[in-house]
Design a protein. Structure first.
Ligand code: DGL
Length: 268
């Protein structure tokens, strides 16, 4: 048994889609979630800068005494997962691998699309993983720079999604990876635009399963039967984060604590 919390982080509220699945899969665990709102969005930034941010946050969470870290951000997973796994003492779980294999399993016409931030598209990890599993798949990736800021601002996304979806529809993709943890927050918009014939793939559920398996393997689960707790930290405005977070998570967030970027920098 291990009563330390699990650390989860993202640039903003997107990682709540992963946290939600973790809460459902592991109700006895405690969680600490950090949203790096002061530096959002990560997508347009160079990969080495995102890697530095991810390191700072992971080391900060490790110093808070977490037993495992979930990188609930595709851009940060693309930029930093192997480096984090190498340098941290606690296990680190990311979000890209489960989606790539789910997409290869799902496609019938072997045309797979990806919608993601610029950083995730540029890093090319999805394409590499998909092609490792089936080199014959035609892969089309579209960067969607407007989506994360619109979602974080609680604004309408239909027109932007329609524009980003068009090249994938033109390429005849029957399977589309939503390669950003923010996107499942507006799942009905994607479903409306792509329709029933396209399989939408996102990995929150499988990521939660991977976390649960890791804890089980190590014998690190919390006491069964207890109801776990969660707390939230942001580098941005706690009031704004709580309002948006409660809307998306549909759970009370409690008091959101503010952590400054310089505290994160000091942790690294
Ligand atoms: N949720 C992050 C991701 O999964 C968003 C990155 C950003 O801040 O642009 O990539």
């Amino acid at each position: 048994m291990d009563d330390r919390p699990i650390g989860v982080f993202d640039s903003g509220v997107g990682g709540l889609t992963v946290l939600h699945e973790c809460l459902v899969t592991m109700p006895a665990e405690d969680f600490v979630y950090l949203g790096d709102h002061a530096r959002l969005p990560y997508g347009p930034r160079p990969l080495d800068e995102i890697r530095r941010f991810a390191h700072e946050i992971a080391l900060y969470l490790e110093a808070q005494g977490v037993k495992l870290i979930v990188v609930a951000c595709n851009a940060a997973t693309s930029a930093a997962l192997p480096a984090l796994q190498e340098s941290l003492a606690v296990p680190v779980v990311g979000v890209i691998t489960p989606e790539a294999s789910a997409a290869v399993r799902a496609t019938r016409n072997r045309r797979v699309g990806l919608l993601a931030t610029q950083a995730t598209v540029e890093a090319g990890r999805y394409e590499k993983l998909v092609r490792t599993l089936d080199a014959g798949i035609r892969f089309t990736a579209v960067a969607c720079p407007a989506l994360v800021p619109l979602i974080e601002a609680g604004e309408q996304t239909v027109d932007a999604v329609r524009e980003y979806a068009a090249p994938l529809q033109a390429a005849g993709c029957d399977t589309v990876i939503l390669g950003c943890t923010h996107y499942p927050l507006i799942r009905p918009v994607f479903e409306r635009i792509f329709g029933r014939d396209v399989t939408l793939v996102f990995s929150a559920e499988e990521t939660a399963r991977e976390v649960a398996d890791t804890l089980a393997r190590k014998g690190w689960e919390n006491e069964p039967g207890r109801l776990g707790d969660y707390r939230f930290l942001t580098t941005g405005d706690p009031v704004v984060f709580r309002e948006l977070g409660e809307r998306f998570l549909q759970l009370p967030l409690g008091d959101v604590e503010r952590v400054s970027v310089s505290e994160l920098e000091r942790a690294a």
